[in-house]
Design a protein around this ligand. Structure first.
Ligand SMILES: NC(=O)c1ccc[n+]([C@@H]2O[C@H](COP(=O)([O-])OP(=O)(O)OC[C@H]3O[C@@H](n4cnc5c(N)ncnc54)[C@H](OP(=O)(O)O)[C@@H]3O)[C@@H](O)[C@H]2O)c1
Length: 305
């Protein structure tokens, strides 16, 4: 007999959210409230670098749906903390995938544009060959492969340049540094799609509830999921400061610079724009353009100030 634990829990799945204090985890916890009972954990309840703790967490929570928003996301620090980055970005998703498979639960996992080397001029598609330039990207790629190799019911959403009204991100850093600085130099030769934690959580919710309602068949796999459009970090900073007057932030003078003039421990891809065509074709889900998502997030920042 086929075990149909996940499908038969469609009416009220038990949900485990891992990493609920992070940018995305926080939004997932709020949008999935009401769908089913939620166990939401962060570092205080579980150290994902410890496989035994991670196994025990899932067995305790006994979920039908696991949303893994936790990750080691310190891109530059990962260059000198390789082992820790792999423990959280490869080993932990592997353990979650093993537990999901055993329970016939759905695992939703997130990955990054930094699995690519940025050399392609067009947006990257899911079947393009990854070639990470840094330890963070390599550890996230290893995590994707671990989940895929275990199989079962999984969704991997690769996203990019994540920011939101809370946490460590480019938007909040820009707003903070503008208080003390009249001039800022920003990299203009790395292009990507800034993507909000809110848009990611909404799209995840639409897809998972669609699956629970039986609207899709053969849905497991890897998908790109970013806001629409593309911009450089410099262009993104310009867009932020054009809109930030409503927050009482005075715009600094911005100077575009090249990556070579802003050395960092980790190399980053020049073009990390991802094509979302597969996500749209498969689920009919499309995230908003990055500009309107920025407007919405600035409004959320204003309301939480
Ligand atoms: N941020 C981006 O620009 C970006 C870009 C592309 C893809 N992504 C991917 O998108 C997903 C969500 O990212 P995000 O920006 O929401 O990340 P985030 O804000 O950095 O949140 C990650 C969460 O994971 C937790 N965590 C880290 N190590 C842990 C451990 N050993 N045990 C338990 N919890 C631990 C962190 O806790 P602490 O805060 O205590 O460390 C944090 O709450 C991740 O898969 C990430 O790789 C992010």
């Amino acid at each position: 007999m086929t075990d149909r634990t996940f499908e038969s829990a469609a009416a009220r799945p038990r949900i485990l959210i891992v990493g609920n204090a992070g940018q995305l985890g926080r939004e997932l916890e709020s949008i999935f409230a009401g769908i089913g009972p939620i166990v939401a954990v962060d570092r205080e309840s579980v150290d994902l670098a410890d496989a035994d703790q991670t196994h025990a967490l899932v067995r305790r929570a006994a979920p039908n749906l696991i949303l893994n928003a936790a990750a080691y996301t310190a891109v530059d620090r990962a260059e000198s903390e390789r082992e820790l980055a792999y423990a959280i970005n490869e080993q932990a998703p592997r353990v979650l995938a093993q537990e999901a498979l055993e329970r016939n639960a759905l695992l939703v996992h997130y990955s990054t544009d930094y699995v690519f080397d940025g050399s392609k001029p067009e947006p990257w598609i899911e079947t393009d060959a990854p070639n990470p330039l840094n330890v963070y990207g390599a550890s996230k790629l290893a995590g994707e492969q671990a989940v895929e190799n275990i199989g079962g019911k999984y969704l991997i959403f690769r996203t990019s340049w994540v920011y939101g009204p809370h946490g460590n991100n480019f938007l909040l850093t820009m707003l903070r540094v503008a208080r003390d600085r009249d001039r800022l130099s920003i990299v203009d030769d790395q292009v990507g799609a800034p993507t909000t934690s809110i848009a990611l959580a909404r799209a995840t919710h639409a897809i998972v509830t669609g699956i629970l309602a039986g609207r899709f068949a053969d849905w497991a796999g890897l998908y790109h999921m970013t806001c629409g459009g593309a911009v450089s970090w410099f262009g993104f900073a310009q867009a932020i400061f054009t809109r930030a007057a409503v927050l009482g932030v005075k715009a600094p003078a911005l100077t575009p610079i090249a990556t070579k003039d802003y050395p960092t421990p980790a190399a980053r891809p020049r073009n990390s724009v991802l094509s979302n065509a597969k996500l749209l074709a498969r689920f009919g889900v499309e995230l908003p353009p990055w500009e309107s998502a920025l407007d919405e997030t600035l409004e959320a920042v204003r309301n939480s100030a």
